[in-house]
Design a protein around this ligand. Structure first.
Ligand SMILES: [Zn+2]
Length: 73
């Protein structure tokens, strides 16, 4: 899954991040200021766990949609 996040350094650049690679520790560069965004090593398991839960949540929502249920938020 690819997302864009606003650069925390210059607050101008939109950094395209491939979440699967990001949680695996890959670095992504801000197109504006060239700052590298990378997870701290100790954050990787936390982020990976969070992404896993988010993916499971999305899958569950898709299942519900297929069943014709539309949960309200
Ligand atoms: Zn930047």
């Amino acid at each position: 899954m690819q997302i864009n996040i606003t650069c925390p350094d210059c607050k101008k650049g939109e950094v395209p991040i491939e979440t699967n690679l990001f949680v695996a520790g890959a670095a992504f560069t801000c197109p504006q200021c060239k700052t590298e965004l990378q997870l701290a090593t100790e954050s990787i398991p936390v982020a990976a766990n969070g992404l896993e839960k988010y993916s499971a949540y999305r899958e569950k929502m898709l299942e519900l949609k297929e069943d014709g249920n539309r949960p309200d938020f």
